[in-house]
Design a protein around this ligand. Structure first.
Ligand code: PLP
Ligand code: TYF
Length: 396
């Protein structure tokens, strides 16, 4: 039967990493995949994570299975991180959370839960969005539609177009929203836009699905959750798929969670039974290590403060690289305006570089950028910045 199988296309981002690894040039730079690098170009284990792991290693007594929904202390820590201590959706006990393998696993569980248990079969995603969204949702039998989001000529959000497209959605449709640090554009909704989207969802009975993979990489842990919290104040039902790959640097531990907010406690409980059924049919129950790390850090004042400081350091380094990038481009004589990059959020910016320019950067200079022109600013350092900017000066 295997001879009937057709070759799958490579992931546009992870495929680029393979090409990067195979490149023999020693001065190559990977600005493709969204992985945080420190000033020396490494992706370090956070100190708070190492300390938590040591604690776990010293104290663990069993490797017995977790429950289907994972570590309880983790799930409640996730809820507090998402909504804050006081939010009505927690006080009214209409929020349920299951640990899941990374943001990707959380999105997949959420999508499959919806597809199998409700009349909803359509999800709206921004154009552009993270390439894997299509793949995940289609694998879960959802139909994917796009809403306009980005205005390329002005490097800014086209909010009117977003509203116009979502106005054509039908009751029960899901709307994927990036909680913060939109991937790939780095452009987020402001508070009044969040309010407008929340009211539209309420009025048209659309269900927001938040993909929250970068909490703390925009303005701060609490600040980045303002959009989610505001929407949760207004709509009766929503879903969150969050990830700790980036903000705890736990990429290969595969740790995230799927959270449902329902209109009341009973509905939440019943829905959760089906979320667990979905998990059972996929991987039965999640791996423990990542969840125990996160729960240990968030449950310990000292470790939590250490983590927040480390996260702040990552966030501030990226912000510095944005400014340095714009300044260095100017100083090497690039007249094209790239100033918009310094005001965007998170790891990514849409550079506006076209396919041919991206190709030349890779072939002639060993600088790897996603074909769309998306740059992972988190891969820039003071050391590689001059080479990056000189190369861009050659291709624009
Ligand atoms: N959603 C977005 C927007 C992302 O950029 C990523 C990146 O990895 C994910 C989800 C997936 O997260 P994870 O690696 O935890 O599966
Ligand atoms: O967008 C990125 O670069 C990150 C990492 O299939 C990533 O989100 C990229 C592709 C993929 C999984 C993770």
């Amino acid at each position: 039967i295997f001879n009937q199988v057709e070759l799958a296309p490579a992931d546009p981002i992870l495929g680029l990493t393979d090409a990067f690894k195979a490149d023999p040039r020693s001065d190559k730079v990977n600005l493709g995949v969204g992985i945080y690098k420190d000033e020396s170009g490494q992706t370090p284990i956070l100190k708070s994570v190492k300390l938590a792991e040591q604690k776990l290693l010293d104290n663990e007594t069993s490797k017995s299975y977790l429950g289907i929904d994972g570590v309880q202390a983790y799930n409640s820590a996730v809820q507090t991180l998402l909504f804050g201590e006081q939010h009505q959706v927690l006080q009214q006990q209409r929020t349920v959370t299951a640990q899941a393998p990374g943001g990707t696993g959380s999105l997949r569980v959420a999508a499959e839960f919806v597809a199998r248990n409700t009349d909803s079969n359509t999800i709206w995603v921004s154009n552009p969005t993270w390439a894997n969204h299509n793949n995940i949702f289609q694998s879960a039998q959802l139909q994917v539609k796009q809403y306009r989001y980005y205005d390329a000529p002005t490097h800014s959000m086209d909010f009117d177009a977003m509203l116009a497209d979502l106005a054509t959605a039908k009751a029960g449709d899901l709307v994927l929203l990036h909680g913060c640090c939109h991937n790939p554009t780095g452009i987020d909704l402001n508070q009044s836009q969040w309010q407008t989207i929340a009211e539209l969802c309420l009025q048209k009975e659309l269900v927001p699905l938040f993909d929250f993979a970068y909490q703390g990489f925009g303005d701060g842990v609490e600040e980045d959750a303002q959009g989610l919290r505001l929407v949760a104040d207004i709509v009766p039902e929503l879903i969150v798929a969050n990830s700790f790959s980036k903000n705890f640097g736990l990429y290969n531990e595969r740790i995230g969670a799927v959270t449902l907010v329902a209109k009341d406690q009973d509905t939440a409980k019943t829905a959760f039974s089906q979320v667990k059924s979905t998990i059972r049919g996929n991987y039965s129950n999640p791996p423990a290590h990542g969840a125990l790390i996160v729960a240990t850090i968030l449950g310990d004042n000292e470790l939590r403060a250490m983590w927040e400081a480390e996260l702040q350091q990552m966030r501030e380094r990226i912000a510095q690289m944005r400014v340095l990038f714009v300044d260095t481009l100017k100083s090497v004589g690039v007249s094209q305006d790239f100033s918009f990059i310094s005001t965007q959020n998170g790891m990514f910016s849409f550079s506006g570089l076209n396919k041919a320019q991206v190709e030349r950067l890779r072939e002639e200079f060993g600088i790897y950028i996603v074909g769309s022109g998306r740059i992972s600013v988190a891969g820039m350092t003071r050391d590689n910045m001059p080479a990056i900017c000189h190369a861009i000066a050659q291709v624009v």
